[in-house]
Design a binder for this molecule. Structure first.
Ligand SMILES: *[C@@H]1O[C@H](CO)[C@@H](O)[C@H](O)[C@H]1NC(C)=O
Ligand SMILES: *[C@@H]1O[C@H](CO)[C@@H](O)[C@H](O)[C@H]1NC(C)=O
Ligand SMILES: *[C@@H]1O[C@H](CO)[C@@H](O)[C@H](O)[C@H]1NC(C)=O
Ligand SMILES: *[C@@H]1O[C@H](CO)[C@@H](O)[C@H](O)[C@H]1NC(C)=O
Ligand SMILES: *[C@@H]1O[C@H](CO)[C@@H](O)[C@H](O)[C@H]1NC(C)=O
Ligand SMILES: *[C@@H]1O[C@H](CO)[C@@H](O)[C@H](O)[C@H]1NC(C)=O
Length: 486
């Protein structure tokens, strides 16, 4: 009783402190440096008592990076505006006359990973080695990545963290990490890709992300008007607000300067966040009818491997993938997997209103496509939890709960660390879904809702188009390159 009362107090206290300390970096959508998302339904992030994870699959956005050339141009325009006038600035804007864009090497920096991004990937590598312990220190690991530089670099930093034990940085011939580099954003790899929407010709017809701009137009000029009270001789307008809000997340992850985070009020951050929600929900997420179609092949491949169990390959496989399947890609390739899984699609908040944010919605771009945002599927092997008293017989190691005989298998999904239940399938430990029901859910319900890739994408007449993702088990691929860890 005392314990649970204390726990209740602790939860209430931490909720209160979350509400008190509003953090714009947790509401900056794709400009948020990685953070663990809050558990929206209060499910513990720990592996449930009595269970071990024996297989896991992750699909991740690359880590924090420098801006794209387009956003960089916006920062330069802002800098030119701040420098091109004589004015006074006070209060939260007093710093703008001395502000310079956080790029000191323009030919090299835009697009590439920042040290924050490298750190995010390395830290997850360390975490997953400790969390799962799937492979021995000396074993290698093969991971998969779309081939743009920042994605490959994320994979390398992850491997360095994961393989740290016995990973000899000073003698690269002893490194055992391998990245399978898959063609990035091309239209000829179809479903067998980590950027499959680029191979779906009808996908752009379902993209309604322009709704985000319509929503931005409802609040940006009001923010500019409010801020103009702090300026004399310079007038901000709607165009300036987007880059200024982006610079909160970006400048913080690039060089640690978070002064733009202090410029805006909570309601202004919530509007900024909702514009990102609309952009992803209607662009690459559940609001685009082709989203689930392009995310399903990855989900299907992972489900088939979970059904087989760890260290097994498919009947047509030429390669046995590791128990940890890591897939590195770009922001817009993460929401399709969410759609294929049928998550965050409760009828009372979905589809998202183009004009009125519903605070009860689960779909938050900040919790999914922050830098290094990811969806993880874990296969759990569970037995009865460790009893209070354990009997030991000389020389006989007692199996860890979940590793003994008579275990049952379950699946659960974690998005930016927070567990997210499978609709209608939550009776397992930690609100997980039994493996058998999960297979049924994916192979029947979600297959039907997602549709066949070739058919839905309008590729029936393309000779070699395929609806199957088999790069985990069929190596080498003629279009892929195997990169040893540098
Ligand atoms: C899977 O294979 C790895 C080595 O490749 C080994 O360390 C691990 O124990 C195996 N796991 C299972 C469940 O067989
Ligand atoms: C690196 O490791 C290889 C393989 O064990 C060994 O042959 C080589 O001498 C090592 N190189 C250095 C510089 O230690
Ligand atoms: C891929 O793009 C090329 C160049 O735009 C085009 O010629 C070709 O038809 C496209 N292929 C498919 C399958 O859409
Ligand atoms: C399909 O054919 C195109 C053109 O011949 C080729 O470039 C591509 O690699 C093929 N795709 C697959 C998945 O085999
Ligand atoms: C805002 O001002 C800039 C010049 O500082 C101008 O180029 C831009 O078109 C203006 N935007 C709007 C929405 O008026
Ligand atoms: C979301 O739910 C609606 C209503 O049940 C359904 O029509 C739609 O297909 C679902 N979206 C996805 C991506 O499953």
């Amino acid at each position: 009783m005392v314990c649970s009362a204390l726990l209740g107090f602790a939860v209430a206290a931490s909720l209160a402190s979350v509400l008190a300390e509003f953090n714009p970096l947790h509401h900056s959508g794709p400009a948020s440096p990685y953070f663990d998302a809050p558990s929206q339904l209060g499910i513990s992030t720990e592996t449930p008592d009595g269970c071990v994870v024996d297989q896991a699959a992750y699909i991740l956005r690359h880590g924090s990076r420098y801006p794209e050339p387009g956003s960089f141009a916006g920062w330069q325009a802002l800098f030119n505006k701040f420098q091109g006038a004589s004015y006074t600035a006070r209060g939260p804007l007093a710093f703008i006359p001395s502000w310079t864009p956080p790029i000191d090497d323009p030919p090299h920096e835009p697009l590439f990973l920042t040290s924050t991004g490298a750190g995010e990937a390395f830290a997850l590598g360390v975490d997953l080695r400790k969390r799962y312990g799937f492979t021995k220190g000396g074993d290698g690991l093969t991971v998969w990545a779309a081939s743009q530089q920042r994605v490959l670099d994320t994979a390398s930093y992850f491997l360095h963290g994961y393989l740290s034990q016995g990973n000899y940085l000073t003698n690269t011939s002893l490194n055992r990490g391998t990245t399978i580099s898959l063609p990035d954003s091309v239209n000829f790899t179809f479903a067998n890709s980590l950027t499959s929407s680029n191979s779906c010709p009808l996908y752009p017809t379902g993209d309604k992300s322009a709704l985000a701009n319509t929503f931005r137009a409802t609040y940006q000029s009001n923010i500019a008007k409010r801020l103009n009270h702090f300026l004399n001789g310079l007038t901000l307008n709607a165009t300036d607000i987007g880059p200024m809000q982006d610079l909160c997340g970006f400048q913080t992850e690039v060089n640690g300067d978070s002064r733009f985070c202090d410029v805006f009020q909570t309601s202004e951050w919530l509007d900024y966040e909702y514009a990102h929600d609309l952009n992803y929900y209607y662009g690459s997420g559940p609001g685009n009818p082709f989203s689930a179609t392009t995310g399903f092949p990855w989900l299907k491949a992972v489900t088939d491997l979970f059904a087989l169990g760890p260290n097994k390959t498919t009947p047509t496989g030429t390669f046995t993938p590791p128990p940890l399947l890591m897939s590195f890609t770009h922001d817009n390739n993460i929401p399709p997997v969410l759609s294929a899984l049928g998550l965050w699609n409760e009828s009372f908040v979905s589809p998202l209103s183009p004009t009125h944010p519903d605070p009860r919605r689960h779909f938050h771009a900040s919790y999914l496509v922050s830098f290094f945002g990811h969806i993880a599927l874990e296969r759990l092997s569970c037995g009865p939890p460790m009893p209070d008293m354990v009997k030991h017989v000389v020389g006989q190691i007692v199996p860890v709960p979940g590793k003994g005989s008579n275990t049952k298998k379950f699946v659960r999904v974690r998005i930016n660390n927070a567990p997210v239940p499978i609709p209608g399938c939550t009776s397992g430990p930690g609100s997980s879904c039994s493996l058998q029901q999960f297979e049924q859910y994916v192979n029947v319900n979600r297959a039907k809702a997602s549709g066949d890739f070739v058919t839905r994408c309008g590729l029936q007449n393309v000779k070699n188009a395929s609806s199957t993702l088999n790069f985990f088990t069929n190596l080498p691929l003629n279009s892929a390159i195997q990169l040893p860890l540098p």
